[in-house]
Ligand binder design. Structure first.
Ligand SMILES: CC(=O)/C=C/C=C(C)/C=C/C1=C(C)CCCC1(C)C
Ligand SMILES: CC(/C=C/C=O)=C\C=C\C=O
Ligand SMILES: [Fe+2]
Length: 564
């Protein structure tokens, strides 16, 4: 099926660096936006900006020239795409020149977290997920845009910098014990959790009480940050006695609650827990016992409906043996057990009762998109629908995310196919559920991951999602894609050679249409540059973009912190 690709034209004489704003260039610049060229002098821009009252930051911090990537070893300098190259400095902040128009209602900060530093001294990480966390901000305020990035000061990052080597167990790497005694100590530390990383590099969430927390899959990697300065404020300590060492990297967070899953590796199952705003105490809603084995399936994320928490039991399962291994195994800390089958469990949020546990076709997903309750004419819930970015039950996607693979794109089409997997979970006591594609995967180039929805539609019947798809050939999702589940169509945005990060939807306050809002993404370009991009949530056309001083490494997940 044909897909429509919107290619943003190359910016001519682009307003490149924030420093230009400070020095007040007054030459006429022509720059194009969408299909229309726009003319504006930089002095005009500067004056517009300075006229705005209540400005948080006056002068931008000067950005350094683009340094060589730290991973390069001399000769063939710029071989890696900037998306897979470590951040060149620990922090930067400055004002960006905006082309186009930021909607006046967009007042707040977009925060994005991700693994941005893959080298410490001579030590080089091998997997995307290992990198030390780089937090990025885009502060939108009265037409102006202040950007910045900063490393999260986790214990793991601080220790690595001090000792010039990794000191904690990361996603795929384990510190090398000096001798046998150290190895035995290391094993004990693994069981107590002392040796696990707190490198909070996966996501960032705003709790109902206003605290902003960066997260990863280890519970100790929950770190409170200041959304303005990006300062690391300290550990988010869970004050309950639930124990366990790991949790889902993607809690469901709303103004009224924080829901997450705690996998139980000893007695295979999951605790479904809830935390109220203003507290650090999680309370158990209920427990799901696994139907397959030998251990729980990996739960990177999970969905909810208005009344239910959906617990996925994926046949890619945690593996205690692999946890103990020093060298990365093909599936890292996991093992593929198709014979153990895949299941979806539905738990009532109010009672903790399990209302359905069904076997489903085997699947691989990192990210659930949304879920909702399907009702009959009498309003009775007959089924739960749960959508995810599904990798056609093919585990090779984990290997594709090795840095060597990401960095060595040679034009070959090596990204494994993915689709929007739609689970249909009957609530009538049936033993089986279904898994099908919600739309033809060719609509989005058979690439699919890194999704967001209008948060007002969380757990409700919804029509639109935003995600990254593929324009092939590629080795990583390289389009921004709007999915329409009613028309079963995708609209794709593509900029040749660029790697866009997760399209993040922000709803317009007061909007009545589901797609009335903007989509924010940060683009890493093939020439080492990068820019922040705003697309209209409805038309999916560009409405504003702002060049960053240098391209940023790929980031994972973000959140929106509205201005008070
Ligand atoms: C970045 C991302 O998406 C995932 C990060 C996952 C991490 C850091 C997982 C870490 C783990 C350990 C350090 C040991 C226990 C298992 C596991 C949760 C995979
Ligand atoms: C980058 C990614 C998962 C990130 C987890 O937080 C998945 C990419 C999949 C590509 O198709
Ligand atoms: Fe994720």
């Amino acid at each position: 099926m044909a897909s429509s690709f919107t290619v943003l034209p190359v910016i001519r004489n682009s307003l490149s660096y924030p420093t230009m704003v400070a020095s007040g260039y007054n030459n006429k610049e022509e720059f194009s936006f969408g299909n229309k060229p726009i003319f504006k002098s930089q002095r005009d821009i500067l004056q517009d900006r300075l006229a705005v009252a209540n400005v948080a930051h006056t002068l931008p911090v000067v950005a350094p020239p683009l340094p060589p990537p730290p991973e390069s070893s001399g000769s063939n300098d710029w071989r890696h795409h900037v998306a897979w190259t470590s951040i060149p400095q620990e922090r930067w902040e400055g004002e960006l020149v905006v082309e186009g128009q930021i909607p006046r209602w967009l007042n707040g900060t977009y925060l994005r977290n991700g693994p941005g530093q893959w080298q410490i001294g001579d030590y080089k990480f091998r997997h995307l997920f290992d990198g030390y966390a780089t937090l990025v901000k885009l502060q939108f305020q009265n037409d102006r845009l202040i950007a910045g990035h900063r490393q999260i000061e986790s214990e793991a990052y601080k220790a690595a910098k001090k000792n010039k080597k990794i000191c904690y167990r990361e996603f795929s790497e384990v510190p090398k014990p000096a001798n046998f005694l150290a190895y035995m100590g290391e094993l004990a530390n693994l069981f107590s959790g002392a040796s696990l990383t707190d490198n909070a590099n996966t996501g960032v969430v705003k709790l109902g009480d206003g605290r902003v927390v960066c997260l990863t899959e280890t519970q100790k990697g929950s770190i409170v940050i200041d959304p303005d300065t990006l300062d690391t404020l300290g550990k988010f300590e869970y004050t309950d006695s639930l124990g366990g060492l790991i949790h889902s990297a993607h809690p469901i967070v709303t103004d009224s609650e924080f829901l997450t899953l705690l996998p139980d590796l000893i007695k295979p199952g999951y605790l479904v827990v809830r935390m109220e705003p203003g507290t650090n105490e999680r309370k158990v809603i209920g427990r799901v016992d696994c139907l397959g084995g030998p251990s729980p399936g990996w739960v990177h994320s999970f969905p909810v409906t208005e009344h239910y928490v959906i617990v996925p039991e994926m046949p890619l399962r945690y593996c205690a043996k692999n946890l103990l291994k020093a060298e990365p195994t093909p599936l890292y800390k996991f093992e593929w057990h198709p014979e153990s089958k895949g299941y979806m469990h539905v738990m009532c949020k109010a009672s903790g009762n399990i209302v359905a546990s069904v076997e489903v076709p085997v699947f691989i997903t990192f990210h659930f998109i949304n879920a909702y309750e399907e009702k009959d004419e009498d309003g009775r819930v007959t089924a739960v629908i749960a959508d995810c970015c599904e990798h056609n039950a093919n585990t090779t996607i984990l290997d594709r995310l090795r840095l060597q693979n990401l960095r060595s794109f040679n034009g070959e089409d090596v990204l494994p196919d993915a689709r929007v997997g739609r689970f249909i979970i009957p609530l009538d006591g049936s033993a089986h559920g279904k898994l099908e594609a919600a739309l033809e995967a060719d609509e989005h180039g058979r690439g699919m991951d890194m999704c967001s929805i209008n948060p007002n539609f969380l757990g409700k019947k919804y029509r639109y999602a935003y995600a990254c798809g593929a324009q092939r050939p590629c080795n990583f999702p390289n389009t921004l894609t709007k999915l329409d589940f009613v028309k079963k169509k995708a609209t794709n945005w593509y900029d040749e050679g660029s790697v866009p990060s997760e399209p993040f939807f922000v709803a317009r306050p007061g909007a009545t249409e589901e797609d009335d809002g903007v989509v924010i993404s940060i683009i890493s370009e093939k020439n080492g540059g990068g820019y922040a991009l705003l697309l209209d949530g409805s038309t999916f056309q560009g409405i504003a973009r702002a060049r960053l001083p240098y391209g940023l490494p790929y980031g994972l997940h973000g959140c929106w912190v509205p201005n008070k």
